[in-house]
Design a protein around this ligand. Structure first.
Ligand code: PLP
Length: 375
């Protein structure tokens, strides 16, 4: 099997698994309990949270542990919308967002919020001029992904935050799920940020929402105070330890991993560009880990199936989106429905080898002959 879908999920690093297992075995107490076992777990939880906060450049009180980015996005968007109801109901977002943002916005719309989507320019970044025009006194939230999962475009978060300075009742939510380890994390001017360790060799079922300390949002899981009043439940100590380990490994190795993946991306783009029917959809400035392309005349789902039969794993849109419809993200950039229907995504990792890419290109060539006979 050749796995080229690291944007959907990454394998857990063995050191992350070991850290998780050690903690599960050695800390049996509930961090909320007032006895020695509970106290030991509570102290460990505090140390781990301090360490995660230091790595991210936030304060420990700004970390909310969640089950993943979908929960983080739901908590941030619903939490802000509900807490800001008295100030307005207008929200601005983009067509590049993951379904956990898009779906939450649809739910908020049915509860009376008004949603505007800002245009995407051909280079994949949002139209900042249009953002300025869309902003109103009653805009309570702008939600933008730092890096989108389909094209890998990096959004100008600093500039967006700068624009929002003129709108004090408007909060900025950044879905940074695809940014960690792939590009710089920008936190200045950001009110809430979603992070999912299973995208950077951590464990499924763990996530973070960073929330600026003085920002009040409405919790979505009510109960006891746990590590924070914003998300009740027994603190998952071993998962928190796994997040710390995954984050540390990712940040330590980020520069050399990006360099390696960038080289792979250049080689892959060069190999694919020899096929006249290939159109690369990821803009030049995209993170090198994500390469979105279309093979003209073949639906993305058909190409994905054909590659699957060859033992190659790639993705059409993001893993959580509805099947058979054109990619909103590719359409937003290319304004070409057929191209959006033909698009699919290769995603690379520092674990990807040149040998795997050579085998992928052979499989790709066979699929082109099978699906486009005579071309
Ligand atoms: N946001 C983005 C940009 C994603 O790529 C994903 C997953 O693919 C999510 C959110 C959802 O993450 P999770 O699976 O951790 O809920």
């Amino acid at each position: 099997m050749i796995y080229l879908d690291y944007t959907a999920n990454t394998p857990a690093d063995p050191a992350v698994l070991e850290a998780f297992l050690n903690t599960e075995q050695n800390y049996i107490g509930n961090p909320n309990s007032n006895h020695p076992a509970g106290q030991a777990a509570r102290e460990k939880m505090a140390r781990v949270t301090d360490s995660i906060a230091a790595m991210l450049g936030v304060s420990p009180a700004e970390i909310i542990y969640t089950s993943g980015a979908s929960e983080s996005n739901n908590l941030a968007l619903k939490g802000v919308a509900q807490a800001s109801r008295h100030m307005g109901r207008h929200i601005i977002s983009t067509a590049l967002e993951h379904s956990s943002v898009g779906g939450t916005l649809t739910a908020l719309q049915s509860q009376g919020c008004e949603i505007d989507l800002v245009d995407i320019r051909p280079d994949g970044t949002i139209d900042l001029e249009q953002l300025r025009e869309l902003l109103r006194k009653d805009t309570i939230l702008v939600s933008v992904c730092a890096v989108d999962s389909e094209l890998g475009t990096v959004q100008p978060i600093r500039q967006i935050a700068q624009i929002l300075r003129g709108f004090p009742s408007c909060r900025l939510h950044v879905d940074a799920t695809q940014a960690v380890g792939k590009t710089e994390l920008v936190l200045e001017g950001v009110d809430t940020m979603s992070i999912a360790p299973h995208k950077f060799y951590g464990l499924n079922g763990s996530g973070l929402l960073l929330k600026r300390k003085d920002l009040v949002i409405e919790p979505q899981i009510h109960g006891g105070s746990s590590t924070t009043i914003y998300r009740s439940g027994t603190p998952a100590l071993a998962l928190a330890v796994s997040v710390e380990k995954a984050l540390a490994l990712t940040l330590e190795n980020q520069v050399q991993r990006i360099q390696y993946v960038s080289a792979l991306n250049r080689e892959l783009r060069a190999a694919l560009s020899r096929y006249p029917m290939v159109r690369i959809n990821s803009p030049e400035g995209a993170v090198p880990h994500i390469l979105n392309l279309s093979v003209t005349g073949v639906k993305g789902t058909a190409f994905q199936r054909a590659l699957g039969e060859e033992g190659v794993c790639v993705s059409v849109k993001s893993a959580c989106s509805t099947d058979g419809t054109p990619s909103r993200a590719v359409f937003a950039v290319s304004r070409d429905r057929k191209n959006a229907l033909s698009s699919w995504r290769i995603s690379l990792s520092h674990l990807t080898t040149r040998e795997e890419l050579a085998q992928f290109m052979q499989a790709f060539d066979r699929c082109c002959h099978r699906l486009l006979p005579g071309r």
